[in-house]
Design a protein around this ligand. Sequence first.
Ligand SMILES: *Cc1c(COP(=O)(O)O)cnc(C)c1O
Length: 385
Amino acid sequence: MSGENAPQGMGAPRPETRARLDALQQALEETSRRQAGYPANLAYDYSALTPFLQYSLNNIGDPFHESNYAINSRAFEREVIAAFANLMHLPAEAAWGYVTSGGTEGNMYGLYLARKLHPDGIVFFSQDTHYSVLKNLSVLNMRNIMIKSQENGELDYDDLFETVRIHRDTPVIVMANIGTTMKGAIDDLGRVRAILEDLAIASHYIHADAALSGMILPFVDDPQPYGFDAGIDSVSLSGHKVIGAPLPCGVVLTKREYVNAVARSVEYLGTLDTTVPGSRSGFTPLILWYALEHYGLDGLRRLVGDMLDMAAYAVERFNENGIPAWRNHNSVTVVFPRPSEEVVRRWQLAPLGDIAHVITMPHITRETVDEIVDACATDAGSTRT
Ligand SMILES: *Cc1c(COP(=O)(O)O)cnc(C)c1O
């Protein structure tokens, strides 16, 4: 947008403005290097997309319908949805979805659809479920029951069975975790479905919160069941986690037939109002599209393989130092006893109660792991026994 369309009145920043931005940038450089507890891949380069920051991209409404607002990246968004549908074992022609603002919105969408399809349904979810789900349930005002978790963070299937048994007369909506936030646990979709079958539950819906592990399991040799072939009805994934993105984003996917239940045409937009937000970023779909182009499936397999190797390395190093760290199968979340606040703060270790974790995202090197293990091992304030 150079030449006659160049923005007016926003030339070079004033020196004070520049100084504030420089100081922020320097601080971000520093904190990014020591970000080890949150599942965000910080190792990326999207500079090829910088020119697109000059356009007011807006993918308002349904990505599968054209909109009156022509400055958009809908065609790219549809390619992203098709690629994710493929990863989630849903034929592209049967798939519907859109690029969200993150995992929370995708979870909200799944629950919203579930309620449209089963207005009287009760939502069952484990204790280890992400906090966004409780918030979403409150926003949507859906009846819900929390199920116990096992020590490793996975659903307690006996508790699920007993609780669903008592409510056999109501549709069952299961919020399954494909990688819990704290422990990276994966709920066994086979067992969940077996419970629904054993109890002859006619109306049911399974939403998978696959924020992190949804981008891991498609790339390992022995994945736990996770996709539409395993019986899920919708899934939410994060884009800024494994793939990495400078703007939070994600993908929600479901079956096209379900969405007809919520579709409503809006003449003013010339599109369908099938999404939670109205205006949506047209830039984040470009980020995901570019990452998929850049890595390809082989590149993502390597990326994920390296993350898992680093997680194995971290567990080994912790254990060598007498710290009982562990991780779930196919998980990059390494759980260990909560160290002192100083160590937690220095490495942004995302603590909960008496545990903390390191998530071996691609920017986490062996040196970083070694530094964290050393800090924990020499940590006087460690709660480890
Ligand atoms: C990160 C995460 C979310 C939320 O994702 P946002 O992108 O932060 O909204 C939901 N569920 C799980 C399991 C997560 O790890």
